[in-house]
Design a binder for this molecule. Structure first.
Ligand SMILES: C[S@@+](CC[C@H](N)C(=O)[O-])C[C@H]1O[C@@H](n2cnc3c(N)ncnc32)[C@H](O)[C@@H]1O
Length: 227
């Protein structure tokens, strides 16, 4: 599928799902959605130990990643979907924009967070390069594509036939039908090994983990030209 078309389809979905967003994610991930966000953010504290002062929440949506920050901080939320930003209550500043061309200076942020948003990029490599350009450290959790073909097939069955039905149990029809797009996302993104390789090229240091049999990856990275 053409990437521009896929991206526009996803952005239309984000405009519709925000009301039931976290409920739907909870059931789609069998209860793990927020645990994996927390795990991603906690990698920063495990490695650095300090409180980040200035944080960019990339693809912030309602602000669910930034909720896991500890201590005093200033959070800028960037998102391409204004409807998602309206309901964001954790950010100090909100910016409508895209990952691939971020309106921020080099290394202006101590930490960049990206919760379940990198998979939706128009250009994943360009987004990773921009994440690295604007911040010293990055904590990312994203929908992934398992490396193992058999696991990929099982996940494809789950996302095509089971996940939309589960989400329909607890959300209105106009929301749950958008969750069918998760199947399209997974079938159009590079396998996790490729993402790991791209992140590694832009990082000085990286921790990369898979969760949910590779349906999700979590990484912590420090920028390669970090001074
Ligand atoms: C699934 S929501 C994630 C929200 C939140 N970070 C969380 O942890 O639940 C993904 C968000 O990323 C945004 N997004 C997707 N691709 C983007 C891009 N290329 N540039 C900016 N925002 C993007 C969408 O508009 C959407 O609000």
């Amino acid at each position: 599928m053409d990437f521009g078309y896929r991206w526009r389809a996803l952005m239309e979905a984000y405009k519709k799902i925000w009301k039931a967003y976290e409920r739907a994610n909870f059931i789609a991930t069998l209860g793990n959605v927020d645990r994996w966000r927390e795990e991603a953010v906690s990698l920063f504290y495990a490695v650095d130990g300090r409180s980040p002062v200035k944080v960019l929440d990339a693809g912030a949506g309602p602000g669910n990643m930034a909720r896991h920050l500890r201590g005093v901080r200033y959070v800028v939320a960037l998102d391409a979907t204004p409807e998602m930003l309206y309901v964001n209550t954790t950010a100090d500043e909100k910016v409508v924009g895209v990952f691939e061309y971020m309106p921020f200076r080099d290394k202006g942020f101590d930490l960049l967070l990206a919760g379940y948003s990198l998979h939706a990029s128009i250009d994943i490599e360009r987004a990773i390069a921009e994440f690295n350009r604007v911040s010293l450290y990055q904590c990312v959790v994203s929908i992934g594509n398992p490396n193992n073909k058999f696991v990929r097939k099982l996940l494809s069955i789950y996302t095509k036939f089971i996940l939309p039905k589960l989400v329909c149990l607890i959300t209105p029809k106009e929301v749950c039908k958008e969750y069918k797009k998760i199947h399209l996302i997974i079938s159009s993104i590079p396998p996790n090994a490729k993402i790991r390789e791209i992140v590694g090229r832009y990082s000085k240091f990286m921790l990369f983990k898979e969760r949910g049999f590779g349906s999700v990856y979590i990484y912590f990275a420090s920028s390669s030209n970090f001074t």
